[in-house]
Design a protein around this ligand. Structure first.
Ligand SMILES: Cc1cc2nc3c(=O)[nH]c(=O)nc-3n(C[C@H](O)[C@H](O)[C@H](O)COP(=O)(O)OP(=O)(O)OC[C@H]3O[C@@H](n4cnc5c(N)ncnc54)[C@H](O)[C@@H]3O)c2cc1C
Length: 655
């Protein structure tokens, strides 16, 4: 039976119609094969526009629809829904983009109209060959996995748990808290970081819907949206969580020490330790590398003094398997190691420190009890803060780390407040966009901080003094500023294992190495893998307010998915013709969604319909031409191309 196509051309207000002669495109469309009706309208996506399509479908028995309008990214979902409401399968719809591809790219009305006609022809020829596809639904496991227990992970976990769903919160360190718990005060309000974070940590630790898995890492993730299976490795703490009372006597009695990671190596901790006083859970771990019992078989002081009998040297690694409907990756960031910028002297010159080291020095619970001085030396009288160390620098990271201007000004304030020292800020540009941020900048300026617009090339050591050498680009002069301490405002960068984590969960990373979101504006916490979301600094550098907002957004996305109980999956997937398949496995090795398996008995490839996203990689790669992409068959694509080349004679391909 001949198809009955309706073609609808949108003016898109003043976006399409002033450049594309829509009336002429409509008249042209009327003459195309199988087109029963062609209309134009001001806003086809508006309610009257949608109703026009539905009424025509009913009155004229249309069975296929073409809309020539904006990008399908924008309104394909809208018009597919309209088709379904009109009783037409959503895959019998085709959208021609005559805005981004015609009116927005030229002022030449004649050329734009000619191209619009070609695109409409292509869409009409293609839609005539499209087939109905069955939209399927799969059930959703009503639970979520959060990977990373910084503020992003904690917030997302609490939001989901509060809505009544089970959450597994996996954190690789012995306690949740992430970087935020290491910070002293937070800009711009200068509230104590631990004071605002610890109530949330405690809530997450005791929430009946949250299963906290600290000192643990995900080792395997399989499945698909709504139904993921995840294997988690729980490292042995050598302390029985169910018995430990958190009294701390084991740490007191342990005679062995190691560098304290939580204080970024500035202080010491015991071989059995909790990373900080408010740790959640408040259960220590034994660092086997520094524990003499594990190294030499002697000591056991912790075990002797533990009244709760919680020390268990026999504990071993555990593998736990969980099933979840959705996953949120909140693995955060690392800070840039400035020792690779030799001329700044980090690790070479005394009193050149990083931003995170400053946070710990400044903190009352830190290695110096909040005294801003290293190794028992006097407090500094002159401090330099150098911005953009590793950021906005093509040698390291081209991007702006977004929080360094603000935390540098916070440092200037804290130095002034605690020591009264003279502070120079060496900045490239000052970026203070955020609620209350510009006001904070103004406040700092009034505190007598000296701002020098410069990216200093070098920090020198002269007669026991540090000297910052620079060109002041506003005053247009060279400066040599002697100081007692230099703080390097180091970049935020992707975690070194971000690539492995991305592979584990089948997501992509952007050029800067952070996890890639599905769409920077329209889907900022989704990824290209359905059911896997990202939030916080794992997606890119950001401050705490933005991190929390993103985490709640990811939680809302998870909830909207798992609360429905079932979910639609893509119908435009690939299919293998077993007769043609040679069993070479090329497709399986290339599939980015791990959707292809090999049937050993038949020696052919098989595609999992639920995992397949219809990307077409396997279709293009199959040397035997055994794989077809539903909705993207050769017949459909060639018909579309022929439509575009309709005035090229003779036809390139017969269709
Ligand atoms: C020096 C400095 C000062 C700052 N000061 C401020 C400030 O004053 N105000 C402000 O708004 N912002 C500030 N920030 C920014 C702030 O630190 C971040 O916005 C915030 O910490 C981001 O939280 P997050 O949860 O995304 O990441 P993170 O804090 O990095 O947390 C990620 C968590 O995931 C865990 N993890 C990582 N990989 C895995 C894995 N594979 N499996 C399991 N767990 C994993 C980590 O151990 C960590 O606990 C500052 C940043 C720096 C560097």
């Amino acid at each position: 039976m001949k198809p009955r196509i309706g073609v609808y051309i949108c003016h898109c207000g003043a976006n399409i119609a002033p450049t594309v002669d829509v009336e002429s495109v409509r008249e042209f469309a009327e003459g195309l094969d199988s087109v029963v009706v062609a209309r134009d309208y001001k806003f086809m996506c508006s309610e009257p526009g949608q109703n026009m399509i539905k009424e025509d479908a009913e009155n004229l028995q249309l069975d296929r629809i073409v809309v020539a309008a904006c990008s399908p990214q924008m309104h394909e979902a809208t018009f597919r829904r309209v088709c379904e409401e009109a009783g037409i399968n959503r895959y019998l719809f085709q959208q021609a983009n005559i805005r981004e591809h015609c009116s927005w790219v030229t002022h030449d009305s004649e050329q734009a109209t000619k191209k619009a006609k070609a695109l409409v022809t292509a869409a009409a020829r293609r839609v005539a060959r499209q087939e109905s596809l069955e939209v399927r639904e799969v059930g959703v496991t009503p639970a979520a996995l959060i990977v990373g227990g910084g503020i992003a992970g904690i917030q997302a976990a609490l939001d989901i748990a509060e809505a009544g769903y089970k959450v597994y919160l996996v954190e690789r360190e012995p306690s949740i808290g992430g970087h935020m718990i290491q910070l002293d005060k937070t800009f711009p309000t200068l509230d104590c970081s631990a004071c605002i974070l610890t109530p949330k940590m405690a809530q997450a630790g005791s929430h009946p819907n949250i299963e906290l898995m600290t000192y643990s890492e995900v080792v395997e993730a399989s499945g698909y949206v709504g139904n993921f299976q995840v294997k988690i490795r729980k490292k042995p703490r050598y302390v029985d969580e169910s018995k430990c009372t958190g009294c701390g006597i084991c740490q007191e009695k342990c005679p062995w020490t190691a560098d304290n990671e939580f204080d970024v190596g500035l202080g010491k901790r015991k071989a059995i330790y909790t990373p900080f006083a408010q740790a959640v859970p408040n259960v220590p771990v034994i660092d086997t590398e520094h524990c003499v019992y594990f190294q030499k078989g002697t000591c056991r002081a912790c075990q002797k003094f533990c009244e709760a009998k919680a020390i268990d040297f026999e504990q071993s690694e555990e593998l736990v398997e969980v099933e979840v409907g959705a996953i949120v990756l909140t693995t955060g960031y690392e800070t840039f190691d400035p020792s690779i910028i030799y001329q700044y002297g980090y690790k070479r010159l005394d009193n050149v420190i990083t931003a995170l080291e400053f946070e710990r020095l400044c903190n009352a619970a830190g290695p110096t009890g909040g005294r801003i001085a290293l190794n028992g030396s006097a407090e500094p009288e002159r401090v330099a803060i150098i911005h953009c160390v590793g950021s906005r620098d093509r040698n390291y990271h081209e991007y702006c780390s977004k929080v360094c201007c603000m935390y540098s000004m916070k440092f200037a304030h804290l130095v002034r407040e605690k020591t009264g020292a003279k502070v120079h800020e060496f900045y490239t540009d000052l970026r203070s966009s955020g609620k209350g941020y510009e006001e904070f900048y103004n406040r700092i300026q009034n505190e007598g901080i000296i701002f020098v617009r410069s990216r200093p090339p070098e920090v020198l050591s002269e007669n026991g003094n540090l000297v910052v050498q620079c060109e002041d680009t506003l005053a247009d002069c060279q400066r040599r500023v002697p100081v007692d301490m230099v703080i390097l405002s180091t970049a935020l960068q992707p975690r070194s294992d971000a690539g492995e984590v991305a592979r584990l969960f089948g997501i992509s990373r952007s050029a800067d190495g952070f996890f890639l979101e599905k769409h920077p504006k329209l889907a900022p916490v989704a990824t290209m893998t359905d059911g896997v979301f990202v939030a916080g600094c794992a997606q890119g550098p950001k401050d705490i307010p933005d991190t929390v907002a993103q985490a709640s957004a990811a939680a809302a996305a998870v909830l909207s998915m798992i609360s429905k109980g079932k979910i639609e999956v893509e119908a435009a997937t690939s299919v293998v013709d077993e007769e043609l398949c040679s069993g070479c496995k090329t497709c399986a090795s290339l599939c980015p969604y791990n959707a292809i398996s090999f049937l050993a008995d038949k020696e052919v490839a098989q595609i999992n319909d639920v995992l397949c996203k219809g990307c077409g990689v396997c279709v293009a790669a199959c040397p035997a031409g055994a794989i077809t992409g539903r909705h993207f068959t050769d017949k459909q694509i060639l018909a579309e191309i022929e439509g575009l080349l309709a005035d090229v004679k003779p036809p390139l391909v017969a269709v």
